[in-house]
Ligand binder design. Structure first.
Ligand code: NAP
Length: 293
């Protein structure tokens, strides 16, 4: 039986780990803040490196590129406890370029690296309906796909080249934030026109304008519930990755540049820990009206 390990029990990691346990898999876990493992029926270890000897496949879900580097390759990083032939699946959203380097470093130790960022929000992690975009060895992917199925509704191999999954995630984030901008503008227009916001949302969501963002975040925005499924700070991290990747390949992304600056204005107001749907607050400032008032 394949032994599984999980590193990083944040909003996403905890949901994915819970689904693996729910599907009957034994799991060894580590989180920097151990209290976040409370309530999970998993084998909690004291250091990241301790996950390695207890696992054949290690899943990682931490914040940013330097965090992956630390939990995997740092002095107490998990790679030092892994053995040749093991697979490391990185579910974090990080730099495609750095991912190539990480995969090469892992390969020198015989460990197979799959970059496998996810989409579907905190709800997707909890309900097991994530979309996973995977770069790396397709044979290794088939080994781990049955485990990913515990928390995903779609797992797509994007390319053999390490970093392909992260590049697909950059594409995903262009769609996410421009959708978020569209929902923000549309709801503010409805507000300005004096429409009932819930009715207006209901009227449009079943047609061509419907989207995950509108149906999931629209109602939260109307209620002025800014609790994060995904924080503005992490969203900005992703947009920085998109802008860097687009720059590298020479493709202009003017819409993303605009949204990056709007989020920057919210960070400057100390709102970085709010959900990314609080983007509407930047437009409220321009319009001089508030959603839901
Ligand atoms: P989160 O709730 O902030 O959790 C971050 C996790 O990373 C925590 O377990 C945190 O440990 C750990 N961590 C961060 N830096 C670390 C370090 N240097 N050393 C050790 N552990 C570290 O974030 P999240 O929303 O779960 O996001 C995780 C990843 O999934 C990110 O790359 C994010 O972009 C991506 N993602 C998120 C969403 C979403 O909707 N939330 C959707 C798709 C993808 P502590 O508990 O000790 O802080």
């Amino acid at each position: 039986m394949t032994r599984l390990g999980f590193i990083g029990l944040g909003i996403m990691g905890r949901g994915m780990a819970a689904n693996l346990l729910e599907h009957g898999h034994d799991l060894t876990v580590w989180n920097r803040t151990p209290s976040k493992a409370q309530g999970l029926e998993a084998n909690l270890v004291a250091r990241s490196v301790d996950v390695g000897p207890a696992s054949d496949v290690v899943f990682v879900s931490v914040s940013d590129t330097p965090d992956v580097e630390e939990v995997v390759f740092g002095d107490l990083g998990v790679i030092h406890g892994m053995t040749p032939g093991d697979v490391l699946v990185d579910h974090s959203t990080i730099s495609p370029g750095a991912t190539k380097g990480f995969a090469a470093q892992a390969s020198e130790l015989g460990v197979i690296w799959l970059d496998a960022p996810v989409s579907g929000g905190s709800e997707g992690a909890k309900r097991g309906t994530l979309a996973v975009m995977v770069g790396g060895d397709p044979v290794a992917l088939e080994r781990v796909r049955p485990f990913m199925d515990a928390y995903s509704k779609s797992v797509v191999h994007v390319g053999d080249e390490p970093g392909s999954g992260q590049m697909a995630k950059a594409v995903n984030q262009v769609l996410v934030v421009l959708n978020q901008l569209a929902v923000s503008e549309a709801l503010l227009l409805a507000q300005g026109a004096g429409l009932d916001l819930k009715r207006a949302l209901e009227a449009v969501e079943g047609g061509a304008a419907g989207s995950w963002m509108l149906s999931n975040r629209g109602p939260q925005m109307i209620e002025r519930d800014w609790s994060p499924g995904f924080t503005i700070d992490l969203q900005q991290k992703d947009l920085r990755l998109v802008l860097e990747a687009a720059d590298e390949v020479g493709v202009p992304v003017p819409g993303v540049a605009l949204v990056f600056q709007l989020y920057r204005s919210l960070q400057a107001q100390g709102l970085g820990s709010e959900g990314n749907h609080a983007l509407v607050k930047a437009l409220e400032g321009l319009a001089g009206i508030r959603l839901g008032d």
